[in-house]
Design a binder for this molecule. Sequence first.
Ligand code: HEM
Length: 146
Amino acid sequence: MNASLPPAAASPAPSGLDEDAVRRLVHLFYERVHKDAVLGPIFSSRIKDEAWPVHLAKMCDFWSSVLLKSGRYEGRPLPPHLALGSDAGDAQFARWLALFRPTALEVLPPDAAQAAIAHAERMAHSFRLAIGFHNGEDITRATPFR
Ligand code: HEM
């Protein structure tokens, strides 16, 4: 062990990545979700107009925790997705990611965009497996989203 090593420090966020960038990511992404023919109706049937500010604030907390390690999100993300039933199949997750990837690349610095996309792909896959398992589907051949 090298006693002269400095204590490990948390790696700093890439420049250009801050709470404001997280807010822009979340707001632009859900603006696109809202207009989307596949996802728009799924979200608007579950989140009433007056509840959107609460959802957006929660999603800012979530992405701030993921990207800036702020620890602001303390929720349990799986249960609301289990409740989506057939509205959360492969096609819907693929569409969600198809909207999220370009939005992240547009709004975030490149390293942060890649980290956000990789995180979203991992969560989509694990939600998909959990939902499939919950619904009694054969999930043995489910492949990761990339
Ligand atoms: C098929 C794709 C998806 C659909 C249709 C969907 C839909 C929804 C809906 C309707 C809600 C609000 C639930 C409520 O407040 O009652 C929600 C919440 C949430 N979603 Fe998704 N989602 C999808 C994919 C994802 C992915 C890939 C992620 C992660 C990157 C994600 C992260 C979250 C989180 C963190 C919440 C907040 C959960 C909480 O603490 O209440 N979602 N989603």
